[in-house]
Design a protein around this ligand. Structure first.
Ligand SMILES: [Zn+2]
Length: 304
């Protein structure tokens, strides 16, 4: 039985992952590599990052063909990508804050050329929002925010059943909501942004060790600050639900979510915001790749 497949690609500051996803959301041939750490000439860095990604994508395709043996492998008909923001509309060029070697990198065209199939790129947190709304912790919900709290912090907003885009497709950058007035400097040029205080990168800088080893008081503070940013968004947009994923949030687990929920209850006292809930992503570590696959299928279904 032939089933069409999407090549799903998730690009983060710490790792890049790829897999094949069918129309039902099943993932196969999952592979990942560390995102190369670069700090040389801009041009060379961009190519180093691209070669790592291209290798990963080709490995997934090769494995799929090898696995099919004598039978012909199911056809890959689209490529969907989730990547940290910001980016130009449609991910034509990407400049992820947590991948310094890519500034206005023409990701979509390069992947289109490599894979030979229609390629669609979106913000990784917006991709996660699609996945969580489809088959995760926000299934059936028309109003929610999905967040990634990882190396960086991002968000995707679903309002009235639609994923918000904004002027250039960058709506949802909750990482740059201010949670500590005059706090730590942020890569965006501001101070006290959520990303500068609560991302994995920020926690490593604050504690001098990886986020995974953060002591309980840091876990508590991180949850509180994330809850504070979520509370502002909840009050602004009338959202009853925040779904949070990403290695930092999921790694911290219950104490992090409890602290975030307490802060939301403290800051959401309007009739329509009281009772807003924060929950862990329902797709666990499959969320980012499932989201990338969704970006691909949705792009394909909407193209003329
Ligand atoms: Zn910022």
């Amino acid at each position: 039985v032939v089933s069409e497949l999407a090549l799903a690609v998730d690009i983060g500051g710490t790792k890049m992952a790829a897999a094949l996803m069918d129309r039902s959301g099943n993932l196969a041939q999952r592979m990942q590599v560390s995102t190369p750490v670069t700090s040389g000439s801009e041009e060379k860095d961009a190519e180093t990052l691209w070669l790592a990604l291209a290798d990963l994508v080709q490995s997934v395709r090769f494995e799929a063909e090898a696995g099919a043996g004598a039978e012909s492998a199911d056809p890959i008909v689209v490529c969907g990508v989730g990547c940290g923001g910001p980016m130009s509309p449609g991910g034509e060029t990407i400049s992820p804050l947590n991948i310094a070697g890519w500034r206005e990198f023409p990701l979509r065209a390069r992947l289109r050329e490599l894979t030979g199939v229609p390629t669609f790129v979106d913000n990784d947190a917006k991709a996660l929002a699609l996945a969580e709304g489809w088959m995760g912790a926000a299934a059936g919900q028309s109003n929610f925010i999905a967040m990634v709290v990882s190396t960086g912090i991002g968000g995707g907003l679903v309002v009235d059943g639609r994923l918000l885009q904004g002027r250039l497709g960058n709506a949802g950058h909750i990482g740059h909501v201010i949670v500590v007035p005059d706090g730590r400097p942020c890569v965006c040029g501001g101070r006290g942004c959520l990303e500068a205080e609560a991302s994995g990168t920020a926690l490593a800088a604050i504690t001098g060790q990886p986020a995974a080893l953060a002591p309980p008081d840091v876990v508590e503070r991180t949850g509180t600050l994330v809850g504070r940013a979520v509370a502002s968004v909840v009050n602004l947009l009338d959202l009853p639900l925040a779904v949070i994923s990403g290695s930092v949030a999921l790694g911290f687990g219950a104490p992090f979510f409890a602290a975030a929920q307490r802060e939301i209850e403290l800051r959401c006292g309007l009739d329509f915001t009281r009772g807003a809930k924060v929950v862990p992503g329902g797709l666990g570590d499959k969320g980012p790749l499932t989201g990338a696959g969704c970006v691909g299928w949705q792009g394909l279904d909407r193209s003329p």
